[in-house]
Design a protein around this ligand. Structure first.
Ligand code: FPP
Length: 252
């Protein structure tokens, strides 16, 4: 190990990172408006912040990073903005996939894929397929995602199993329902970060967030970087996680 690698390893150990971090990347529009720029510029700078954050997550030893890229509710935005966000996703996958792959990043996608454009569906499938054996960092892209919709999809799959006679009604437990969610093998997020100062979950990972620590960062997403991620983790480490019990467990 080189000296800088050793220093980095010691630093990572010192700040004991959460295993799964999920981020609501909010404030692109306000970042742009504050500078008299079009909202699209805010989204473009948001993609740059995303690139920085994926790198920072890998450097810090985070194993799972979930990002809220496009919500099921974002369809209500003007069509020009929807087109811009779809174009940014296309570009992100086309331009960044090779680098993500060579850095050992595995891409997973959650959300409803049925009503997406064919080429976007294909790109998302390809990204998952190409990177499926990588294990340095799992990047979970929540795209066309809404938590209530995800839970309803799980309930539908579960009901289908019951009506096919493959599952007894008495076997329906919280764990069983969770096994029908979009990515049931992923651990729940330890830490959920939302930028822009808004303090709500906005239909993001409602099931999985049951015991997550929530950290709200008062900066707009395009300004997010390694230092902001580290300070959110420091805040997380100050919290005591009890999981409903009495024995405190630190966030390490
Ligand atoms: C919130 O900003 C952000 C989004 C709508 C989605 C996040 C999108 C990106 C970071 C860029 C696209 C990345 C990919 C991979 C598609 P906002 O528009 O809600 O900001 P505002 O609340 O200030 O208007």
């Amino acid at each position: 190990m080189s000296k800088s690698e050793l220093l980095r390893a010691a630093h990572i150990d010192a700040i004991a990172v959460p295993r799964h971090v999920a981020i609501i990347m909010d404030g692109n529009g306000r970042w742009a408006a504050a500078r008299g720029l079009p909202r699209a510029e805010g989204h473009r700078r948001g993609v740059e912040a995303l690139r920085r954050t994926v790198r920072a997550a890998g450097d810090l030893g985070i194993q799972f990073l979930t990002i809220f890229s496009f919500s099921a509710e974002n369809w209500s935005r003007p069509s020009t903005e929807i087109r811009e966000l779809m174009m940014l996703l296309r570009r992100f996958v086309r331009h960044d996939l090779a680098e993500l792959h060579s850095n050992g990043v595995r891409v997973r996608v959650i959300g409803e894929r049925e009503n997406l454009a064919d080429d976007i569906r294909r790109l998302l499938d390809e990204a998952e397929q190409l990177t499926k054996n990588n294990d340095k960092l799992v990047l979970v892209v929540a795209f066309n995602y809404g938590a209530r919709q995800e839970i309803a999809r799980a309930a539908q799959r579960l009901a289908a199993a019951v009506s096919a006679g493959d599952l007894a009604v008495s076997a329906v437990t919280a764990d069983k329902l969770a096994s029908y969610l979009d990515a049931p093998d992923l651990p729940d997020p330890d830490l959920i970060i939302r930028t822009s100062g808004e303090q709500r979950l906005s239909n993001f990972l409602l099931w999985q967030a049951a015991y997550s620590e929530l950290v709200f960062v008062p900066i707009y997403w395009p300004d997010f970087d390694h230092a902001t991620l580290e300070s959110a983790i420091t805040e997380y480490r100050r919290r005591e996680r009890r999981f409903g019990g009495l024995v405190a467990r630190t966030g390490s």
